[in-house]
Each structure stands twice: as structure tokens, then as C-alpha cells.
Design a protein around this ligand. Structure first.
Ligand SMILES: Cc1ncc(C[n+]2csc(CCOP(=O)(O)OP(=O)(O)O)c2C)c(N)n1
Ligand code: SF4
Length: 341
């Protein structure tokens, strides 16, 4: 991030635009918008130095609803536009809003490269496991058996995990939250915002119309304690009511397992302590799924490295430095040739 502080102290509602919000009533996107506005207010972000870039989808309508600068671009290409914006003007604080379709289908390639290049932007991936805007077709994160207009017999394709993808692409900050957990979301967004380099936040977002309740098996309040683990750097990986369950390394194997403290002589000393700088641990946490394991939420991985703009070669530096070059002279400077008729 690169926050230019606003001269006036702004409230969350000051980051709302005058546009009518067009998401369906009850859509998880509303909670994300609220959390982002709170994050911007707490950071004291200057609206004139903040840019939200999106592709296409319900989630990609995000920039309209903020009083910052915004760019609703083309499908899957927010990372390309955001990279250009950040490199051309590193003083800007750049955010990307994308969906699982926008970011992982048509835009998978672009998401891969913004992560590996470690461009200093915040990437919010609204994962509702469906294409919402186009009326509910299966997406790359749709789980096996998902019935949709494009998979009437149930999806037979293995889904991709958005967080595992981000880790595999070399992302240096990968976190996960649920759209209904306002407090956790603001905390994670603040961490993402403070991180220099590409920060990737996967948000489990309920599409109430086309995929309602898809995250209920772990997001529902009645099961949350046993099906969610909120990870925190330096803290033991405990979960469950009264924190009586934990995650340990399976003896004799490089795998995680969920255990109950007190069973078979297991004590808290057997439980792994979260190390957010450990990519291997983050990958294993990202892969955990109910019912055998809880879903890992919070900052899975944070291990800063130089961001792309911090290590431009001299030639790249020259290319992005604004000049007063004469465009006509540039065109005619001799690197041209004539094709004989
Ligand atoms: C080049 C191109 N191909 C396909 C589409 C149709 N299209 C629009 S949005 C979308 C997917 C949106 O899904 P997602 O990114 O998950 O966003 P959501 O609407 O669920 O928030 C598709 C396939 C398009 N607009 N442009
Ligand atoms: S279709 Fe789904 S994702 Fe799109 S606005 Fe409606 S509830 Fe939200």
C-alpha cells in the first residue's frame, strides 16, 4: 500500500459514492463494501489518491460504490490495468475487486502475474463459487457436483482453491475471511493494506440468488466453532468450543491432522504454532476442508519481499518516468522502415 492521508478526517460513509447500489438484497457484497469503507476510514485514506480497479461481474461493480477513483475495466484484466496504474503513479493506493470467475477463469493468467511480480496492490477476490452476473453458471471454484445452468448434471471438474492458487503463484500475503464476519474482515483488510507488495484476500461471499448457503457447512454460526480455525501468528492452532481441538503434524508424515486435547495423551504442547512466514504451512492450512478439518481463516501467509516497483531496472525506470518527449519525433526517430509496394 501507499496511503496518502486525507486532510480531513473521513468517516466510513464518506467513502460511499452517490451511486445506487445494484446488488441483490442480501448479497454478501454489501458486507465487503462496508468493511472496505471502514478500513479506508481507519487508514485515513485520501479519496483522490485511492483507486479501485475491477473486471466484470457483480463483484466488479465495486468501484462505482466508492467515492475514490475507480476503473471498471474488461473481463479478467483488472490486474493488468492495476499494474499499469501502480507503475505509472506509485503514489496511488491501488485496490482490485474481482470475482472467482473474473479472477480465476478468464483472468487467471493475469492474476498469476500480478502475484508473482508482487505489484504493491490489494487484491480482493469475492469467491461465491459461481458466476453471479451471468445468472449462475459454474466457476473454477465451484465444487464437484455443483448443479448450474452450465453443469445441469452437476460439475465434474475439480475446483481450484483461490488461496492455494495465490500461494502457488508466489503471493507474499494470502488471507481468507467470510463476508459476514465484519470485525475479522476489517482486521484482515487492514493487514492487507499495510502490507507492501501484492496482498491477496479471498472472501467467501454468499450469492443469495444463485449459490445460497454454499459456505454454510462451515460459515453457519451453529457450526462455526468446530468448522473454522482463526489463525494468528505466534498463536497455537486451536479451535472448537473452549479451544479443545487443535492442529498438529501427523506423526511420521508431512501432513496436518485435527486432534482433541486430552485424547490419547495429546496436550497443547503437541499443537502447531502458526508461523505466517512459513509458505509450506500456509499451503497445508489452505488445503484444509471440513468435515475432517476446519477451514483456516485469517492471515495464512505474510512474508514481505521487494515489490516490483521497488526493483525496476534502469531501462524500466526510464520507461515509466514521465518525460516531455516529443511523440512526433519519437515516431520519426529512425526505427521505421518502408515496405516496398
Ligand atoms: C470477454 C467476456 N467473456 C464473458 C463475459 C461474460 N461474463 C460476465 S461476468 C462473468 C463471470 C462473473 O463471475 P464472477 O467473476 O465470479 O463474478 P460475480 O458476478 O459472481 O461477482 C462472465 C462469464 C464477458 N462479460 N466478457
Ligand atoms: S447475483 Fe449473486 S453475487 Fe450477484 S448481486 Fe445478486 S446475490 Fe450478489
Amino acid at each position: 500500500m501507499n496511503v496518502v492521508k486525507s486532510a480531513a478526517r473521513l468517516k466510513p460513509q464518506d467513502y460511499a459514492s452517490d451511486q445506487e447500489v445494484r446488488w441483490c438484497p442480501g448479497c454478501g457484497d454489501y458486507g465487503i463494501l462496508r468493511a472496505v469503507q471502514r478500513t479506508l476510514a481507519d487508514a485515513g485514506a485520501d479519496t483522490a489518491s485511492t483507486v479501485f480497479v475491477s473486471g466484470i461481474g457483480c463483484s466488479s461493480r465495486f468501484p462505482y460504490y466508492l467515492s475514490t477513483y475507480g476503473f471498471h475495466t474488461i473481463h479478467g484484466r483488472a490486474p493488468a490495468l492495476a499494474t499499469g496504474i501502480k507503475l505509472a503513479n506509485p503514489a496511488l493506493d491501488v485496490w482490485i475487486a474481482t470475482g472467482d470467475g473474473d479472477g480465476l477463469s478468464i483472468g487467471g493468467n493475469h492474476l498469476l502475474h500480478i502475484l508473482r511480480r508482487n505489484v504493491d496492490v490489494q487484491i480482493l477476490l469475492f469467491n461465491n463459487e459461481i458466476y453471479g452476473l451471468t445468472k449462475g453458471q459454474a466457476s473454477p471454484t465451484s465444487r464437484l457436483g455443483t448443479r448450474s445452468p452450465s453443469t445441469p448434471g452437476g460439475s465434474s471438474e475439480a475446483p481450484v482453491s483461490a488461496s492455494a492458487f495465490a500461494l502457488g503463484a508466489g503471493g507474499r500475503f494470502v488471507a481468507r475471511v467470510i463476508d459476514t464476519s465484519q470485525k475479522d474482515m476489517v482486521e484482515v483488510l487492514k493487514r492487507a493494506h499495510d502490507h507492501r507488495g501484492a496482498s491477496f484476500v479471498e472472501i467467501f461471499q454468499n450469492c443469495i440468488v444463485y449459490n445460497d448457503g454454499v459456505f454454510a457447512p462451515f460459515a453457519d454460526k451453529t457450526v462455526a466453532a468446530d468448522r473454522q480455525i482463526h489463525v494468528s501468528h505466534g498463536e497455537p492452532l486451536l479451535f472448537g468450543r473452549d479451544h479443545c481441538q487443535g492442529i498438529r503434524l501427523k506423526p511420521g508424515s508431512i501432513a496436518l491432522e485435527a486432534v482433541t486435547i486430552g485424547d490419547n495423551g495429546i496436550t497443547e504442547a503437541d499443537i502447531l504454532v502458526h508461523d505466517e512466514t512459513n509458505r509450506a504451512l500456509a499451503s497445508m492450512l489452505a488445503a484444509m476442508e471440513p468435515p475432517a478439518m476446519p477451514v483456516a481463516l485469517g492471515v495464512l501467509y505474510c512474508n514481505p519481499a521487494l515489490a516490483v516497483g521497488d526493483r525496476l531496472t534502469a531501462a524500466e525506470e526510464e520507461a515509466v518516468t514521465p518525460t516531455t518527449a516529443d511523440f512526433d519525433a519519437l515516431l520519426r526517430r529512425g526505427d521505421t522502415w518502408t515496405v516496398p509496394s
